[in-house]
Design a protein around this ligand. Sequence first.
Ligand code: FE2
Length: 420
Amino acid sequence: MIDLLLRNAVLPRSTAPVDLGVDGGVLVEAAGQEARETIDLGGRLVTPPLVEPHIHLDAVLTVGQPRPNVSGSLFEGIAVWAERVRDLTVGDVQARVRKVLRWQLANGVQSVRSHVDVCDPELTALRALVELREEVRGIVDLQLVAFPQQGILGFPDGRKLMEKACDLGADVVGGIPHYELTREDGVASVQFLMSLAADRGLLVDVHCDETDDDHSRFVEVMAAETIRRGMAGRVTASHTTAMHSYNAAYAYRLINNLARSGMHFVTNPLDNSVLQGRFDQGPVRRGHTRVKQLQEAGLTVCIGHDSVMDPWYPLGYGDPLQAAFVLAHFAHMSGADELPRLIDMITVEPARTLALPENRLRPGDPADLVVFDAPTDVDALRLVARRTLVMRGGRVLARSEPARTTVTWDGAEEEVTFLR
Ligand code: FE2
């Protein structure tokens, strides 16, 4: 007798329902098993947990504070945040983050990597999030990145603050080389942060080349440092939007070196679709990295949400599926094999990026899973379908009631499911 039988689950890249067994918090063979409890999933899509590889939790829910970003631009966003950050307290950060972590969990997210601004002598946001990381342990795995929003070399005591952030418990070393005062400072900042991560045994995730300037080429420095230090699999470059403006000859050489480095990539379609291309009069560039070329080179590219209702992005509710839906359009990923790949890019690929154990919903994997109100992976994406059930270690952590819609047609009320 096992604990739980989940009947009629449809796995990604499939349409045929299967049964999943759960015992002792772990997935087991379901065939021929009796269970203490049975849940019929009704032919709905089941995936491993969603993983959020890139969000700025310290800034969530601050949109409009202390004033709105009227233009919607990156630069006005930075100016607004510089005003808001003066009032930051531990209580303020924790109250906002607790709310958004619940939204994320309801969307099926069980692991989150958050960048945290450490350009603050008090490190208030980091202290708040280090406490919260303990509070939510066992529900959401939180990784914290020491993120120098205003630069490492270009901010007073920037190097010391990065070291202090690691002492306080940051899991990942961040950076922003394209924002340093000079190109040389950008290179030196990458060398500094890679050395810091190597010395402390930490991971790396750098905001790299988040600009439309095709001369911003710090990702090549990250690749060189990753190769020389033997840090394959432990280093992530986020955004890298300048890459799509590089000339083809340079991009060819770069992508060969990136493949050699074993780095991972995070693209952030929600923020970058509205923040990039702001200086273009037409044609306006899309502002995304070279997702398909990186994937063709065998590299891991995953999708981040980046912002939820902050000075840079006023929309969102913490759902990676919404970001995947947007990337389907901006990265031309509407091909038959590309749509299911978008689901990998919010589940197993970010798990690899965060160096988490792989969960493929096989016997022996933890019973951590997400049920979508859709019959297939493509339908889930098309409908940005709700998550009806979120389970961790065989326990239900979130549930949503499926929506029911009717139309009245020729005097009769009938149900509409949006399914063929
Ligand atoms: Fe970011």
